[in-house]
Design a protein around this ligand. Sequence first.
Ligand code: UD1
Ligand code: CA
Length: 463
Amino acid sequence: MMNQVVILAGGHGNRMKVAIPKPMLSVLDVPMLGWVIRACESTGLSRICVVTGYKAKMVEIYLGNRCRTVLQEEQLGTGHAVMQAEGFLKEFDDGNTLVLCGDAPFMDSETISNALKFHIQQENAVTVVTADLDNPTGYGRILRRGSGIAAIVEEKDATEAQRKVREVNSGAYWFQTKALLELLSGLSQSNAQGEYYLTDTVGLALEKGWTAGAYRAENPDVVLGANTRKDLLHLNEVARQRVLEWHMDNGISFVCTDGVIIGNKVEIGAETTILPGTILRGKTKIGNHCTIGPNCILENCTIGDHVTLNSVQAYDAVVEDAVKAGPFVHLRPGTHLKNGVKIGDFVEVKNSTVGEQTAIAHLTYVGDSDVGKKVNFGCGTVTVNYDGMVKNRCEIGDGCFIGCNTNLIAPVKLGKGAYTAAGSTVTKDVPEYALAVERADLKLKEDYSKKKLRNRLFPGDDE
Ligand code: UD1
Ligand code: CA
C-alpha cells in the first residue's frame, strides 16, 4: 500500500498582485511551498507530485529533483488541478492520497499523521482536515451532519447563515486513492466561480453512499493560508513569533524583538543576545555568549563564541571565536575570520581568510586574499584584486604592517613582518621584514598660497 501526496501550486495568486506563483512567496526565508513539502517529508511521505501552472518553470527550478511535477495549463480550480495528477495517482492506486495546498505553509506532520489515522479508522473515502477559526472569512465552511460532514461550501457560494460557521476547510484532505480517481470524474463547474472545486468531492462521496469525515486539527494555525498580502504578513508574523519563542526557551536573550527575523533553520547558542533589526537567514549557526546586532544580516554564516557583530552584513562567511566586527561591515561569500580578528567601520572582506588577531580597523577592502595572523591594516588599504579581466590573490604574511592607503596590486605577496609605507602602491612581492615605499619625493613650494589668500582669508594681515 502506498501513501502519496499531491500539492496544489498552480494558482495565479491574483489577490496578491504578484508576478510569481503564490506558493513561491516566502514565509520567513522559505517559500510557502517549501514549508508544505517539509511537512510531508517529516511525516515520511516522499512520493510527492506538485501541480504547477502559472509560471511553472519557476516552481520547477525551485524543486529541482526533490519532487515530481505535473503542469495544469489552465487554472480551472482545485479539483481540475488534482485531475492533472491522474497519471501519478494511477501508478499506485491501492493506498491513500494526501492533497495539500501550496499556500498553507503551517500544515504539520502531527496533523497529517493524526488525520490519516482517523481516515483509516473511519474507513473514509475522504477525510477533510478542518479547524475552528475566530475569523473564518475567505475559507470554505464545513457543514456538519451529526458528527460527520455533509458538505463544504465556499465563501462565495455560501448563504448568510453558512458564513457564520467557524469551522473551515484547511484545503488538506486524505482520500482513498481509488475513490479520489472516481470522484474527480464527477466534478463540474456549476458554482459561483465556474471552477472545478475539489471540495465538491465530499458531497459526491456521500451521494455514492461512501463515508466522508472531518478531522478537526488541534492547532488551528495549520489551516492558515495566504490569499492576500495581509494574510501573508500575518503568516510571517505568526512564524516569526514562533521562532523567537523557541529561541527564548533555549536561553537566547532579546531585549526588544523589533525587526528581528530569524529563519527556522537558524541555530543559536545559549546566552547569546540578539539586538533589534537583526535578520538571520538560511543555515546560519551562532555560538554562545555572542552579541549580534543591532542591524545585522547574516545569511548561511557560521559564527563562533563570544563574537560581537554590530551592523554587519555577512553572507556565506565563517567567523571564529572572539571576533569583533562593525559598525558597517560587509562580509561577502568565502570570508573566513579566524579567532580574535577585529574589523572596524566601512570594511569589506570577500573570499579571503584573515588570520588570528589581525586588525582591519577602517575603510578597507580585502578581496581574494590570504592574510596571516597579527597583521595590522592601515586605514584605506585596498587589495586591488581585479585587473578588468581576472581576479588575482594577495598573500599577506604574519605580522605585516600595512600603511594607510596602501594599494596591493594582485597577484602580490608580502612576506612575514613586511611593512608598507602609507600611500604606497605595491606591485612587486615584498620580502620578509622589508619595507616597501613607493612615493615620489615631496616637493615644497614656499609661499605658494600667500598671495592668493592674503586678501580673502586674512584681510589686513599685512606683513
Ligand atoms: C481553497 C478551498 C477552500 C479552503 C481553502 C484553504 C476550494 C474550492 N476551496 O480555497 O475550501 O478553505 O482552499 O486554504 O478548493 N490551485 C491550483 N490550480 C487551480 C486553482 C488553485 O493549483 O486551478 C492551487 C493554488 O495555487 C493554491 C491552492 O490550489 O495553492 C488553493 O487555491 P486557492 O485559489 O487559494 O483556493 P482558496 O480560494 O483559498
Ligand atoms: Ca488559498
